[in-house]
Design a protein around this ligand. Structure first.
Ligand code: PBG
Length: 338
């Protein structure tokens, strides 16, 4: 029999299981370590005193402005660096031209001001820039004769971004996927004196079935009906196109780029991070959260372990920060960890 030690570096000289023997050793050699600082907490705000559960997202509630302020305090205690806010807009404020998006006293602006008043700059405030909460048809852009009007929408988005910056939002996050919006938003912010407001661009956002529960939370799924967003959100078949989207958004002035959904786009997250080396965020979206929660609530999987595993995998792929509805629960768990 050949001398096994003639091949140093292979079995039995090398036994990779040796490094997996103890919990402390696994911790010491872990290549990816998830921390609360990696997590961004998406929150839904509505114009009611009582909080209301989102049926398709167990554990997630639409909160009052006061509830949001409390959640932001909680985020601070948990070491979560930022929250991402989404308003549930009353039906009476939805219209064809989404004009309520530009009302300085709308729900999202009031919410941002309340957070600023109570929490200042201690937790980052990220606001979505898109028209879907405000359109009667549920699309992210203006619709005319069945077509989404790109340039007219971009003009409104730039104004919406300035309004959010004026309210005290730190990061505006265009999630609409119109062409040219990042540049238009940057120019508008700069000329209004908001040079320090950052842009997190949803650069590679795929048209996804995993947004379903989010649209329920916002009440935009009814409005959207059987329509889809495939003329502006990306086709999940495409990879090179994601890199072109990111390149353009960076050229237009994006400070950070985002890929979503996360779990079904790990390859995209990795390529974006490797290609551009810029702050790359990922969004573990509502349907990804709901899938894990539903299985866990049925006793089919360990929900906490599945959440941790999925978030660690997203970070391993290259994400610098992850928007996730698990943020508070997982941050609490991570803080209590040995
Ligand atoms: C809308 C927006 C969506 C999400 C974030 N911003 C939904 C959509 O594009 O239809 C999805 C987030 C989630 O599913 O958790 N501009």
């Amino acid at each position: 029999m050949a001398d096994p030690h003639a091949f140093p570096g292979v079995f039995p000289t090398t036994r990779l299981r040796r490094n997996r023997q103890h919990a402390w050793l696994r911790r010491a050699v872990a290549e990816t370590v998830l921390t609360p600082a990696d997590l961004i907490w998406p929150l839904f705000v509505h114009d009611h005193e009582a909080s209301a559960p989102v049926a398709s997202m167990p554990g997630v509630n639409r909160l009052s402005i006061e509830g949001i302020v409390q959640a932001v305090c909680e985020a601070k205690q948990l070491g979560i660096p930022a929250v991402a806010l989404f308003p549930v807009v009353e039906q009476s404020h939805k219209s064809l031209d989404a004009r309520h998006a530009l009302d300085a006293d709308n729900l999202i602006c009031r919410t941002v001001r309340a957070i600023q008043k109570n929490c200042g700059d201690s937790v980052g405030i990220i606001c979505d820039v898109a028209l879907d909460p405000y359109t009667s048809h549920g699309h992210d852009g203006l619709l005319q004769a069945g077509r989404i009007l790109n340039d007219e929408t971009v003009e409104m988005l730039a104004q919406q971004a300035c309004l959010l910056a004026a309210a005290g939002c730190h990061i505006v996050a265009p999630s609409d996927m119109m062409d040219g919006r990042v540049g238009a938003i940057r120019r508008a912010l700069d000329s209004a004196g908001w040079q320090d407001t950052s842009i997190l661009s949803y650069a590679a956002k795929y048209a996804s079935a995993f947004y379903g529960p989010f649209r329920d939370a916002l009440g935009s799924s009814l409005a959207l009906g059987t329509a889809d967003k495939k003329t502006y959100q990306m086709d999940c078949a495409n990879r090179d196109e994601a890199l072109r989207e990111v390149a353009l958004d960076l050229a237009e002035g994006a400070d950070m780029v985002l890929v979503k959904p996360a779990i079904v786009s790990l390859d995209i997250i990795q390529r974006v991070k490797q290609t551009f080396g810029v702050p790359t965020f990922a969004y573990q979206v509502s349907g990804e959260y709901a899938s894990i929660r539903a299985a866990a609530d049925n006793g089919w999987i360990d929900g906490q372990a599945a959440a941790l595993e999925s978030l660690t995998a997203i970070k391993r792929a290259g994400a610098d920060a992850i928007l996730t509805y698990f943020a508070a629960g997982i941050a609490g768990h991570l803080m209590a960890r040995p």
